[in-house]
Design a protein around this ligand. Sequence first.
Ligand code: SF4
Ligand code: SF4
Length: 354
Amino acid sequence: MLYFVFTTGQCNLSCKYCGGSFQPEVVPWEIQYSLEDLISFISKDKDAIIAFYGGEPLLNADFIMKVMDSVPAKKFVIQTNGLLVKRLKREYWLRMDAVLLSIDGPRDVTDYNRGKGVYNAVISAAKYLKEIGYRGDLIARMTITELSDIYRDVMHLLDIGLFNHVHWQLNVVWCPKWNFMRWACSSYLPGIRRLVKAWVDGLLQGEVLGIVPFLGIAKRYMYGGPIPPCGAGEEAFAILPNGNIIACPIAVDVKWAYLGHITTHNPFELPGKVSISEDCRSCPYYSICGGRCLYANKERYWGEEGFKEVCFVTKSTIDMVLQGIKKVENAVGKKILLKIFNYPEYNNTTEIIP
Ligand code: SF4
Ligand code: SF4
């Protein structure tokens, strides 16, 4: 299973859609449990994947190194803004199976959302990782807002040639309501159509563009996958700096997400305690969409109408990707596709459905 290990609730940035550090009363800025407690909890799971998370996880790089030295996980992942890349020693970077760097697209979009100079800092971090010999999965992790042009921004990050994969999440439902549908119909969905075309054209020429939501939808179409697709509450859990275990790393202050504590619970007691609601289970897109996001499904900050708007965009995206896959399937046959569409091979924290 996947464990998001918060190394701190503190962040060194204050991005527009997130607001920076957590209140320390909600997500403490220091680790309040002992390393032995974490070892004892995680070592019960022989297939553990640890994803370092925050706040900004590199603010507590010492803790990351201690965990990597002592906790027997099968894989290590980190989600970081990359500004403090040099705080973690080279040998630890080289042991990361996946590194997700937060960047929203070209300089103006990234810097508007995340702060002046952040784009350059993230690109420098990606270059630095390559220079020190990092050959794992380097993933650009985008937050998509009204300012984004999905085709332009994803292609920009792919064209840079530093990232193996590009993933994104829509800035919806956990933020105040914005004019999402107007933007989705005039910009996002037409952009997705262009992006699917570029992806399909690539596949037909034997090139796999590393567009994570498309690859993830393709994998779910071929093999199925967890529900929700991110695995929250089923195969993915978050450990807060105070040792509390929650179903989703965003759900830090809601009762339904609380599942226990690392000193009193074991990993196999956690799955299945919170799940996607009934209305999704009867949806024809359920096997691929998987309810999209447990947090949005539970909280529904945008009300039923807002929830349906996001569903419309999700369904349209899935339709376009599946049409593209069928075109490729007709050209090359299912056997080849089964081999190509196996990404992500493990839960690397990319949530699949944007
Ligand atoms: S499209 Fe909407 S209703 Fe259907 S499974 Fe996804 S989130 Fe649920
Ligand atoms: S997709 Fe939703 S439920 Fe899953 S980890 Fe992200 S916020 Fe949590």
